[in-house]
Design a protein around this ligand. Structure first.
Ligand SMILES: [Zn+2]
Ligand SMILES: [Zn+2]
Length: 174
């Protein structure tokens, strides 16, 4: 969705919109988005500034990095952004606040999809795991250890817990 400063009414407006994952370019190898992303925004607008307070909801189909099974990740995020029209030469200047954006006054259209996309990409886990205690795949035979014990002998030092213990042991060394 876009806020066109030329036509968007001044004052407070509440609106809902839905965007497809394709239009937001969300899908990656580890996360697939089958549903639309739903967004509700309250826009407080003046001639040269818009304050957007919103809430977005999305659902990612993620692949667990340990067991490679797919699972759902629900994303719900509140956000607030301020867009201010400034002369085009000033657009690149640092506002000092990542939530405060300069927009070119000669092209006064604010594409909120870029905001929504950024928030979702920050919200999805970089290394998704289906559950905290997912046991992953057997490194020897590939069996999903959440479903079945394969009986292979597991090298002890390969388990994430053992690695953590090693790290902790190193840290506590004098
Ligand atoms: Zn898993
Ligand atoms: Zn095995």
């Amino acid at each position: 969705m876009k806020i066109d400063f030329a036509t968007w009414p001044d004052g407070t407006t509440v609106t809902d919109f839905a965007e497809t994952a394709e239009s937001l370019e969300l899908s990656s190898d580890m996360n697939r988005f089958d549903d639309d992303v739903n967004v509700t925004v309250t826009v407080h607008k003046t001639e040269d500034e818009a304050i957007v307070e919103g809430r977005l909801a999305a659902r990612a189909r993620s692949t667990c990095v340990r067991c490679l099974e797919e699972f759902d990740v629900a994303i719900e995020e509140d956000f607030r952004r301020i867009g201010k029209l400034v002369p085009a030469v000033n657009v690149g200047e640092d506002t000092g606040d990542p939530d405060y954006l300069f927009l070119p006054a000669n092209e006064p259209v604010w594409d909120l999809n870029t905001v929504v996309r950024e928030i979702i990409l920050l919200a999805i886990p970089e290394n998704p795991v289906c559950t905290e205690d997912c046991r992953g795949l057997c490194p020897k035979c590939g069996e999903n250890l959440n479903l079945k014990e394969c009986g292979c002998e597991q090298p002890k030092s390969d388990s994430p817990l053992a690695k953590l213990k090693d790290i902790l042991a190193q840290k506590t060394k004098p």
